[in-house]
Design a protein around this ligand. Structure first.
Ligand code: AMP
Ligand code: ZN
Length: 113
């Protein structure tokens, strides 16, 4: 999608702090971290949100989760971490390209997730 922030980040057209990059998946630090470690994992293929995941594109989601595990280990999150994907208006999604927040580096507590 030509007007999508995360498509542009994945294509290297907008700078980001890359943590992982391959043909299908890109991971980078969130610009406004909500925990000592906070990165985003996105499929390079544009998918609007969790609501748009289907049998046709779900392999991209599986690949994202492989990368989540890999980068979490790279970032030293051996005590655990939280994965969040905001979906739609009520979910608080602000960037309409599927992304997984990975948060960790401290105990995150039991509330809202
Ligand atoms: P959401 O609210 O779930 O759609 O999350 C969007 C996330 O993207 C927020 O946590 C933002 O801080 C993050 N974000 C927005 N612009 C950038 C950027 N240029 N580089 C890195 N993270 C960004
Ligand atoms: Zn996109």
């Amino acid at each position: 999608m030509s007007d999508c922030l995360f498509c542009k980040i994945a294509a290297g057209e907008i700078p980001s702090t890359c943590l992982y990059d391959d043909e299908n998946v890109y991971a980078f630090r969130d610009i406004n971290p909500q925990a000592p470690v906070h990165f985003l994992v996105i499929p390079k293929q544009h998918i609007d949100s969790v609501a748009a995941v289907s049998a046709e594109n779900s392999a991209a989601v599986a690949r994202c989760f492989e990368v989540i595990a890999k980068v979490a280990e790279q970032e030293g999150l051996e005590n655990g971490y939280r994965v969040i994907s905001n979906c739609g208006a009520d979910g608080g999604q602000t960037v309409h390209h599927l992304h997984f927040h990975v948060l960790g580096g401290k105990p995150l507590g039991e509330k809202i997730l």
